[in-house]
Design a protein around this ligand. Structure first.
Ligand code: ZN
Ligand code: ZN
Length: 274
């Protein structure tokens, strides 16, 4: 069995519901081998103060996770990470790992969040892309293709976040070859640096998607190219720490992946799933 771990976790330091200590206690009671925190890095956009960490909040986050590492050292491995957005300023502090994510596109210099509010998002597609979601996808995936070099991340977060609301709102045809080419091109660009790629169950936990990010055609390409994947829950509360993990392992296997990676002993270890 693959040891249970989650490196994509949000707390009250950004937009999560639980404190880091509550998360650690939940992880211990779930028998997890490790738990990693990935608070949202600073973003230079007006609406981000409420859910991003900068200044004192960031330094308190770091202190808190450091002290929990010591306090719970005999019970669980704790990792200090950060979720760095494509548009976050360059970090200066060291982390155990970094998740690199694209949450915004910037048509005409205006930041548009792809994962916050579906009605606003659809409206923005109309206003900035003439209703053409494929044009937005082009912008989105061109940022994703650079996310490893720009954020210097270990893990690529929710690869196709722009589809978060697509099962309900149907703004993109994910079976369309034009769409798939854009996504595959970005994936091939990312795979050159061999980062870990998330199999992220967060939108399933929130009732937005029936499968993890990314979808089958992308996971199959990752498997073909011997890319490395890691399951994460993008948890914003303790009760969702391992949401959908069993299904995600089965899904990974069905896409042709032969192993998954888990954070253990200060690094990423490979575990066979066949
Ligand atoms: Zn994210
Ligand atoms: Zn996140």
């Amino acid at each position: 069995m693959i040891p249970r771990s989650n490196l994509h976790t949000h707390t009250t330091f950004c937009d999560g519901k639980n404190t880091p200590e509550e998360i650690v206690q939940a992880a211990i009671s779930l028998g997890m081998c490790s738990i990693g925190f990935s608070g949202h890095a600073e973003l230079p956009f007006a609406d981000c103060d409420s859910w991003c960490m900068s200044g004192e909040r960031l330094s308190n986050y770091r202190k808190d996770i450091f002290s929990l590492k010591q306090k719970y050292a005999s019970k669980i491995e704790i990792a200090l990470g950060i979720e760095q957005d494509y548009f976050s300023p360059t970090r200066t502090e060291p982390y155990d790992y970094v998740i690199g994510s694209v949450h915004y596109v910037k048509p005409q210099g205006v930041p548009i969040a792809v994962d916050v509010n579906p009605e606003e998002f659809l409206n923005d597609i109309k206003t900035y892309y003439g209703g053409n979601a494929l044009a937005l996808a082009k912008d989105y995936f061109s940022l994703v293709s650079e996310v490893v070099s720009v954020t210097n991340c270990d893990i690529v977060g929710h690869f196709d976040l722009l589809t978060k609301f697509n099962e309900q709102y149907g703004y993109l045809d994910e079976d369309d070859s034009h769409y798939q080419s854009l996504a595959l091109e970005a994936l091939d660009a990312v795979l050159v640096s061999d980062p870990l790629i998330e199999m992220n169950t967060g939108a399933m936990a929130r009732g937005r998607r029936s499968i993890p990010y990314p979808p089958r055609f992308l996971c199959q390409r990752i498997a073909e190219k011997k890319g490395r994947m890691i399951i994460t829950s993008d948890a914003h509360m303790a009760s969702k720490l391992l949401y959908g993990f069993e299904d995600a392992i089965e899904y990974a296997r069905s896409c042709g992946l032969r192993s998954l990676y888990v954070y253990q002993n200060g690094g990423f270890q490979e575990f066979s799933i066949v």
